[in-house]
Structure formats: C-alpha cells, structure tokens
Design a protein around this ligand. Structure first.
Ligand code: ZN
Length: 596
C-alpha cells in the first residue's frame, strides 16, 4: 500500500460550498510530479474544464513548501522533491447536476473527476480515499453512499475507501447526506436506492419492486443462463428536486436527478407519466452497466480525459441504450403495451420533427457530439439529429428486421450478447479491456444474424434518409395512424414562455414562420392585431385555417417588425401507433419481441 495514492476529502465549509482535499503522493516522479484534473467526465461528451473550480492549491514536502507551476488549464508541475509530496487544494462545488460536484447544508455530492487530481504516472496504482465526516452540526445524521469498496469504513459510513486505479476511483461518485435508503437483490446482487432531498410519502417499496424487475430482466438479457450481474453491488443515487432530469452511468452505480413529482406516492397506485419517465431513466443508466461501461467504443479504451475523444459509435452506446431502456420496462412488466407504444410514438415524432435528420447521420452526430449535440443552439432541429432518439429507432429497425427475416430465430438481443461476450465481459479483468471498432460492429450484425445487413446499416447509421419504420413495424401488428391533434394551422415553431411573452425558441426550416421571415428569439406581439401572450397563441391560431394570410407583429431585440404569413398545416404530421390483434401471427410476433 506504500505506493498508493492517498486522498482525504472533507466538506470544509458547507455555506461556501467548499471541499478541502489533501493528496499525498508517497513516491513522486523524481523529475517533478505532474498533477491534473480531467477536462470532461465519461458519459457526458463536453469539455467542462473541472480545474476551473480549484480555488487554492499549494504543495509541500517534509513541511517545506514546494513550487507548483501551472502548465496548462488543468495541469500543475511540482518541483522535484525527495519524500512524499502533499498537495492541498479547495474545490468550489456548486453545480447541481450529475456531472460535477455540489455541496451545501442539505447534502454533498462529488464525482472523482471533479475533485481528485491525478498524479501522472501513478494512475495504475491503488487509490485510497478518506471521506471525512464534516464537523458542522448539519451533518450529524449524514451517511455515505458510494459503490467504492470500503477499506476502513462501515457500509454507508464515513471512513476509508479504496479503488484499484485512478480510472476506477473517478467512476464511483459519492453522495452524502441524510438520505432515504432501500436495498433489494437482483439475481443475488445487492442493489441500493438512495434518495436525497425532501420527498414526503415516498413509496420506496414500489420503487424497489419495480426496479428489481427491470434489473433482473437486464441481467438475464446479457447472461440468460448464468444470470450473473457484472458487478458485485449496484447503487442508484438519486437527488430529488423541484424540477430536474438527468443521469450519468458508472460501472457499479448511477447518479440521477429527478423531479420530486415523478417519484411514487404511498397509497397511490396509478402510474404517472412522470414515474414512467423516472423508471425509464433508471433503466437507461442501468443498461449502460453493460453497454458503454464494459462494451466500449475503441476510442474510450482507455478514456483520454484531457481533450475531446471522438467516436462515430454513440448511436450504438446511447441510441441502443435508449431503445432498450423502455423496451426493458415493458418486457419486465413494469409498464404495459399501450404505454410502451405511446413512448415509442413520442420518440418517432421527436425524430420526424427536425429537418436536421436529412442533413446529419447518427454516425456524424456521434462524432460531433462535443460541438453539436452537447452545444445545441436555436438552429439545432434544422441542423442536427440526435444519436439518442434516432439511434433508438435504428436499433428498433435492426431488431425488427432481424426478427422478421430469421422468422424469430435471432434478434438484436443476440447481437448485444455477442458484443458482451467478445468485448464486455472481461473488460475490467487482467489483460481484458479492448474497445470495439465500427468495422467490428458492422461485421458482427451479419455474423450473428446470418443476414446481409450492410446496406440497411449504411442507410440507417451513415445515411440521412428516413428509416423504414412503417414497413418494419407492420409484421408485428403495429400500424401508424395520424395523431388526433387539431387540424388547425400552425406556424412551424416551438415557443417558450418569457415572462408573459411568447418567444420563438426554434423556427423550423420551411415552416410558416420561416417563410414569413421570423427568427428564433423573436417575441411574438400580435396576430392580426390581437395580442399574443405565452398562453394564448394556439387559441388565436385555432380560428384560422391553412391558406389564410395573417399579419404578425414581433419584437426582434427592441425593434418592432411586421410579417405577413400564409398559414399552413403543420408539415411534420404527428403519428400514434396502434396495435392489431389479428391475424394471430402478428400478435405472436409482437409477444416474442415484447417478451410476453
Ligand atoms: Zn445514456
């Protein structure tokens, strides 16, 4: 343990949101130890420059000050020393998301990538962390939730934890506070659910029962015979807030943020849309335990966290995970078939809404995630496609094609299992750990299915024409029907509320507003002389029909402008999916797909 890298972390000032970290490098690099913090966190493909939150940093050796020279935005070079190098620094933790660190009187949360400087050259050593109980009275009842193995700590207690490497250390976020906790087992493996934040009458038992079904279904998907989970324990850490949504996957845990209203209430058995959304989020992050935390794109094995790391494969790692998240809910029985097709219809409508889908493929969207998908502006629907939503429809198309063309003998499940067996299962084992390339993924589809799927893959993944969804759904008794939305004219925009004002968030290409000359950011003032407010645009439009010409007034910045618009029907018709019960072969095929 002598060569281990040692940290201690303490919440030193809750009100100022400061963590105090002490890093000890027992045997620093004789040429001078380099220390650095990641620029991004795996799973969230954007440069975040976590080192900007370091407030003060100093180093010493045997009680003597050691010079630290900053060499770039996230690296420091310590002068050569003989003896242990001790580095002390403070982190400002006030990012209420799953991606960084957050600290106040209600709880503390951190990702290692936000708080633990890496000691270059020592990344493969054991990393030991003392999580010290804060002295402030507010923390008296606090406990610790992390999937990091305990070295000298009781489970859920403050104390010493250990990781086998820096990579492992930063893949185990830590939550502490006076949280609600429940434990269940899924195929023998303990799973904890931790909920921080005030949630009156939380129905933890229901959450536990539903998550158990979802987790067991996923374990059985990847290991149908042994039902062996890839981790020794798993932790769902959840922060419940007034309004929020997000999740980040890790190898043995996930950090989630959800709206309090989405969590189930004791004594109420109905299933709200919000609760389905939360279950979908849990299912999504859990699926990543296999798909991206162990089966990885070659570019992420290992992660290079100093700069952008491009891969054309996020459609597989995020898109397929998005396909399976809801699918596993219906297969495990926690949602019913109508709920599943409502969610699928929503995804289809989402993808069809933007003309960006005819300009960018999901492979391109994956590669450019750093500058486009993660940095969307008002023109995003006209310029890009989501590798999440369209990626999930790519998965649907491939799954149903394989099922139909092999008469149900093979499916996408077989492809996922092959990926798991070849690239995922041994990833963290000694001499394991190789990512998968685009070419290997392409070849695997044909090998596993026995079909020739190259043309379909090229079209779906590297092309921009619409997917043949109607055709692939038909053999499963699922038909498209126009949604029963009103047939009144639309403007071809998405609006947001700006106080009481109605502001254009997106102007869809070739829509009514675009043709009339309106722009995203314009504030609509009047329609034919009647005042437009955030709440009444649709009511005003409802009195018109396609083909009518109207006058629109809008502010662009502070200048009043007048536009003449010829109204039209919304050019992206919404669909709903309907299911057919006859002939019985359709029902049978659908049952096999949905796991009934
Ligand atoms: Zn994801």
């Amino acid at each position: 343990m002598n060569h281990a890298i040692h940290y201690s972390i303490i919440a030193s000032d809750l009100a100022a949101h400061l963590f105090e970290i002490t890093l000890t490098v027992a045997e620093p690099d004789p040429a001078g130890q380099v220390l650095c913090l990641p620029a991004w966190i795996p799973g969230s493909y954007m440069i975040r420059e976590f080192a900007r939150n370091i407030v003060q940093i100093r180093a010493d050796c045997n009680g003597k000050k050691v010079a630290l020279k900053k060499s770039d935005k996230h690296s420091w070079h310590a002068a050569p020393v003989t003896g242990a190098l001790v580095v002390r620094y403070q982190i400002y933790a006030w990012d209420l998301s799953v991606r960084a660190a957050h600290l106040d009187q209600t709880h503390g949360f951190f990702n290692g990538s936000s708080v633990f400087l890496a000691a270059r050259g020592h990344e493969a050593a054991a990393h030991v962390v003392d999580i010290v109980k804060p002295a402030e009275p507010a923390c008296k009842a606090w406990r610790v939730a992390t999937a990091l193995p305990e070295l000298k700590a009781k489970r859920y207690g403050f104390g010493t934890y250990i990781a086998a490497s820096y990579d492992e250390l930063i893949d185990h976020p830590v939550e502490y506070g006076a949280f609600a906790l429940a434990t269940f087992t899924a195929h023998g493996v303990p799973h904890d659910i931790v909920i921080t934040g005030q949630v009156p009458n939380l129905d933890m038992a229901r959450l536990q029962a539903d998550l158990k079904k979802v987790c067991e279904a996923q374990i059985a998907l990847f290991e149908p015979r042994s039902k062996r989970a890839p981790m020794e324990r798993y932790l769902f850490m959840t922060l419940a807030v007034g309004d929020g949504y997000g999740g980040l996957e890790h190898r043995a845990s996930t950090a989630l943020i959800c709206a309090r209203a989405d969590l189930p209430v004791k004594g109420r058995s109905e299933q709200s849309d919000g609760y389905r959304t939360f279950l979908g989020l849990c299912s999504h992050e859990y699926f990543h335990t296999w798909n991206v935390k162990r089966i990885k794109p070659a570019a992420f094995a290992p992660y290079a966290l100093a700069a952008e790391t491009h891969t054309p494969l996020l459609w597989l790692f995020e898109g397929f995970t998005s396909y399976y998240d809801d699918l596993m809910l219906v297969r495990s029985g926690v949602i019913d078939e109508p709920a599943y097709f409502k969610l699928l219809g929503k995804t289809i409508n989402n993808v069809m809404r933007g003309s960006g889908r005819s300009k960018q493929s999901v492979a391109e969207s994956s590669f450019d995630a750093w500058t486009k998908y993660y940095r969307q502006d008002e023109n995003a629907p006209n310029a890009i496609v989501s590798y999440y939503t369209k990626g999930s429809l790519v998965a649907l198309t491939l799954d149903l094609t394989i099922r139909a063309e092999t008469a149900g003998k093979k499916s996408l499940d077989d492809v996922m299992r092959a990926l798991w067996q070849r690239f995922g299962r041994d990833f963290y084992k000694a001499n394991g750990g190789r990512g998968v390339t685009e070419q290997e993924v392409d070849a695997l589809f044909d090998e596993v299915s026995g079909l020739n799927l190259r043309r379909l893959l090229d079209r779906a993944v590297r092309g921009t024409t619409d997917l043949p969804l109607k055709e692939v759904l038909a053999p499963f008794g699922v038909a498209f029907a126009p949604a029963s939305v009103d047939t009144a004219a639309g403007l071809g925009v998405r609006t947001t509320r700006d106080g009481n004002d109605c502001k254009l968030a997106n102007v869809y290409e070739k829509g009514v507003a675009h043709k009339a000359g309106l722009s995203a950011g314009d504030v609509l003032i009047a329609l034919d002389g009647l005042r437009i407010q955030a709440a009444n645009l649709n009511d005003l439009l409802h009195r018109y029909r396609a083909g009518d010409t109207v006058t629109l007034h809008a502010f662009r910045r502070d200048e009043l402008m007048t536009f003449t618009a010829r109204l039209a029907l919304d050019d992206a018709p919404q669909v709903t999916l309907t299911t057919l019960e006859k002939p019985p072969a359709l029902r049978k095929a659908r049952n096999a797909w949905l796991g009934k």
